[in-house]
Structures are given as structure tokens and as C-alpha cells.
Design a binder for this molecule. Structure first.
Ligand SMILES: [Zn+2]
Length: 338
């Protein structure tokens, strides 16, 4: 890969804790020699453990991961770190401030920019830096998502079914270590260029999540995000200590579900006002309406139902009421055993 124009003021090999920034060259009308600055923290315990790269704010309007990494970067004692931990609490800083999914700087979806380009837009340049500099440093890549403002999810860790069986098994065990009630095998139904796919292609053990969604984040979701992250880091030996088991925590064995078929993702057939008919996390049967679309300008029209193609659990549901034709409004997942 071509070299990156991004400057980093950290030395990843230096022992101890360092807070610094990535500097992306950037110009605008009032500053010709400016930078877009991305905060980054490294904790290097130098005791022979693996390196984990933990990321949040891939999409700006997904906040639990950003809070979890901010807290971890300050609260973690260096003595707890066996290996090396690289934390980027907010990949899409301007989107986070603007409460948007896409970057207001270049209009890009950061999670469709991989592997990136050194001569591209700021999102593409940062994606290229991750692909060419940060991923090669890491054994484990953790990318914390939520449904953002568009979808509400049952809080869960999730993963792709990567073809390499050893890598898949490492990812399965790490995903379970998040200790979410559901663990979710998901498919990419909306384009390519995803961050986790690039990390998977580089052979990394990739752990991802959907920690709820929406603008209001319950304390329980924040707790699960923070406890899950720490437990995963203990599981892989990045942090000291034995990982907490589900039995110790008094929670049921994990329920693995999958949504790998396109028909598991339901899209709005028309624009209108969406009414969720089923509670998030509820079981649904084949053909059951999970929501319906109303037409504010046409009180005479019957609402149009959105039905489950097959039986399963409603793992993701539309959050904003106004929908545009083609929006994903529901995700229905099915039990699966390993
Ligand atoms: Zn996301």
C-alpha cells in the first residue's frame, strides 16, 4: 500500500500510556494548513500480551462505544495491561458532533470507505491509515457500533462467518465473551468497503457490536458496552484477570441467532410514517406484520404492512417514525447452533 499522509504523534512501541492525535491534512477557506485531528490513546504494558485495537464512532451518531473507550482510556490502570491496547474513541469526530451517521466533511459513510485511499477524501485517507498502519499492528480489532439514530437493536455482539475456520472460532469465542444475551451472525446487505471486512481479510480476530440504538442510551446499555469490552480484552489476554463467565454473572447461556438472508432484512415499500407493531426482542411468526406504514396525506388509505418473511426474533427495528421508501425497518434473526 502507498504511504499515508496521516501524521501520528504517538510511538506505539514506547511503554506506558500516551494520549495523542492522528493529523489528517485538511484545508478549508479560513485555514489552508489545517488538520483534522483524531484522538488516539495507546497503553503498552509490555508483558507479552497481544495487541488490541478498539474503535468507536465509526458512525458518528453511535455513542455507547465512544463513551466506553473514553472511560477505558482514562480509568484503565497501566498495571492491568498485559499486551498493548490502542484506543480510537471517535473515528468520525465531525459526525459525532453533528449527530450524524455520515461525515459532514465529505458526505462519506466511513464504514464503506475501506481499504481507503491515501489521496482520497478525509474519510478515505483515515480508512487507508487504519488499513495500512493500525490493523497490521493489531491481533484483535474491536469496532463498537449501535443502530445509531436509524435502527434500535437488541444490544448484542455480532460477527461475520469468515471462511477461515480458526479465525472464525477465535471470533466466536471473543463475541461470546461480550456476554450479551444474544450473539448475532450478520450479513452485509448494504454495500461493501466495511472496516471489519478489511480487518478480517488481514486475518485479524474481529469483534463487533450493535449496542442498542437511538439517541437515548439507557444506563444498562452503557454498562453492557463497558463490561463487555473489558471482558473481551481479558478473554484475549490483553488485560490481566480472568474473564467473567455467564454463570458467574447469573445470565443465561448465550443465544446465537443469524440473519444471513436478504429477506431477513425488511425494507419500507413506500415512504410514510412507520408504526412498530412488535416489541424489539419479541418472537415473530412467518407472515406476521412487524410494522405498518401510514400515509399522513391520505387518511383514506389503509396502512401498508411490513411482514416477517420467516419466523424468528425481531433483533432490529426502525427508530425514527418517518421512513423513506427503501429504508431498513426490521431485522429478523433465527436461532442457530454452532
Ligand atoms: Zn454503525
Amino acid at each position: 500500500m502507498a504511504s499515508s499522509p496521516v501524521h501520528c504523534d504517538l510511538d506505539f512501541s514506547r511503554p506506558g500510556r500516551q494520549h495523542g492525535h492522528l493529523y489528517l491534512p485538511f484545508s478549508y477557506n479560513m485555514a489552508g494548513w489545517a488538520n483534522l485531528m483524531v484522538p488516539i490513546t495507546v497503553l503498552n504494558g509490555e508483558r507479552g500480551g497481544p495487541t488490541a485495537l478498539a474503535l468507536a464512532g465509526n458512525h458518528g451518531d453511535e455513542y455507547p462505544g465512544q463513551v466506553a473507550l473514553l472511560r477505558l482510556s482514562r480509568e484503565l490502570k497501566l498495571e492491568e495491561v498485559r499486551g498493548r491496547l490502542i484506543l480510537v474513541p471517535c473515528l468520525s469526530m465531525h459526525a459525532s458532533k453533528a449527530m450524524t451517521r455520515l461525515s459532514p466533511v465529505d458526505g462519506k459513510n466511513f464504514n464503506r470507505c475501506f481499504p481507503g485511499r491515501p489521496d482520497g477524501s478525509p474519510s478515505e485517507v483515515l480508512a487507508h491509515y487504519l488499513s495500512s498502519v493500525l490493523f497490521p499492528l493489531a491481533d484483535i480489532v474491536i469496532d463498537i457500533h449501535t443502530g445509531g439514530r436509524s435502527l434500535d437493536f437488541v444490544p448484542c455482539a455480532h460477527m461475520h462467518l469468515v471462511p477461515d475456520l480458526q479465525q472464525r472460532e477465535r471470533m466466536r469465542a471473543g463475541t461470546e465473551a461480550w456476554n450479551s444475551e444474544l450473539a448475532f451472525l450478520y450479513a452485509d446487505i448494504a454495500g461493501s468497503g466495511l472496516l471489519p471486512v478489511e480487518a478480517e481479510n488481514q486475518g485479524k480476530t474481529v469483534i463487533t457490536t450493535e449496542m442498542g440504538g437511538g439517541e437515548a442510551v439507557p444506563a444498562s446499555v452503557h454498562r453492557l458496552t463497558q463490561s463487555g469490552l473489558r471482558n473481551v480484552l481479558r478473554h484475549f489476554g490483553v488485560l490481566d484477570g480472568r474473564p467473567a463467565t455467564r454463570r458467574e454473572l447469573g445470565i443465561k447461556p448465550v443465544r446465537w441467532v443469524q440473519a444471513l438472508d436478504r429477506e431477513d432484512y425488511r425494507f419500507a415499500p413506500e415512504s410514510g410514517i412507520y408504526e412498530n407493531l412488535v416489541d424489539l426482542g419479541a418472537e415473530v411468526s412467518a407472515g406476521e406484520p412487524v410494522g405498518q406504514i401510514h400515509f399522513i396525506e391520505r387518511p383514506d388509505r389503509e396502512p401498508v404492512p411490513v411482514v416477517a418473511a420467516s419466523a424468528g426474533v425481531l433483533i432490529g427495528a426502525r427508530s425514527p417514525s418517518v421512513v423513506i421508501q427503501g429504508d431498513c425497518v426490521a431485522c429478523i434473526a433465527h436461532d442457530v447452533t454452532w
